[in-house]
Ligand binder design. Structure first.
Ligand code: ZN
Length: 253
């Protein structure tokens, strides 16, 4: 019998290696968000905490298409919102929201937010995801609704309130705005965003078609333990990473 190779998150010999890895995953996540159509003008950001300067994060340059982002384009932002590496400014909302999420959640390596269509539609209803499919159970009792809207988030106090609502969950629906997801890796944060958007689409479609059948709470909780673990999020991202790097190898430049 052949020895089977299982994919596992990598271990690193240095912070330099770990930083490079996070940046590569981050650039790939942007390319994937572009492919999935999650871009809306200059809105949207994915951040990756620096492995050494842990109050700093890597993020997309303001007003650059997700579809063009390369590793060398990513900018590093410090705890005061200043760009300390890179030549582009940071989106003020990216700093206001993500700095507070990273500060409140030391376990979180990455956070993703964009104005994707189905996430926006769900946010307009002020509803959360219901356990109506196996995939949606990844979010069962594991996401929250930020039930407020006060304009474009440019104030870290608003970011703090969002982080407080997120709590220990993997995602939050920002009312009248869109989705935000977090993960212990760039991979899982990006995957949770992609699958959450699709679960929003499935819920909107199903509920528009007729009454839905709910998975009962006990089975939903079991399924959450099976499909909602951060490792599953990491693993689910790997085929997408392989695909985008093969299609668009320049993202690694
Ligand atoms: Zn936004």
């Amino acid at each position: 019998m052949p020895e089977l190779v299982y994919r596992l998150p990598p271990a690193f010999n240095s912070v330099t290696e770990e930083r490079q890895h996070r940046k590569e995953r981050l650039a790939a996540a942007f390319r994937l968000f572009a492919k999935f159509g999650f871009e809306e003008g200059v809105a949207g950001h994915i951040t990756a905490r620096d492995p050494e300067l842990t109050d700093h994060f890597w993020v997309n340059p303001f007003a650059m298409s997700f579809a063009h982002i390369r590793v060398s384009d990513l900018i590093l932002v410090n705890g005061a919102g200043e760009v300390v590496e890179g030549t582009h400014p940071v989106n003020a909302a990216a700093f206001a929201i993500h700095s507070q999420v990273h500060a409140a959640r030391p376990d979180v390596v990455a956070a993703a937010h964009s104005h994707s269509v189905y996430g926006k539609a769900m946010s307009a209803l002020g509803q959360i995801l219901e356990p109506i499919t196996q995939d949606a159970c990844a979010f069962y009792s594991d996401h929250a609704l930020f039930d407020d809207y006060t304009g474009v988030v440019v104030d870290t106090e608003e970011g703090k309130r969002i982080a407080h609502t997120l709590g220990g969950h993997k995602a939050v629906i920002l009312r009248n705005h869109g989705l935000l997801t977090v993960g212990e890796s760039v991979d899982s944060a990006a995957w949770w965003f992609i699958t959450m958007e699709r679960s929003c689409q499935a819920q909107l479609l199903a509920k528009a078609a007729g009454p839905v059948v709910h998975i009962d709470p006990e089975q939903a909780a079991l399924t959450h333990r099976q499909v909602g673990h951060d490792f599953v999020g990491w693993l689910s991202f790997q085929p997408l990473y392989d695909k985008i790097v093969r299609e668009q190898p320049d993202l690694l430049e």
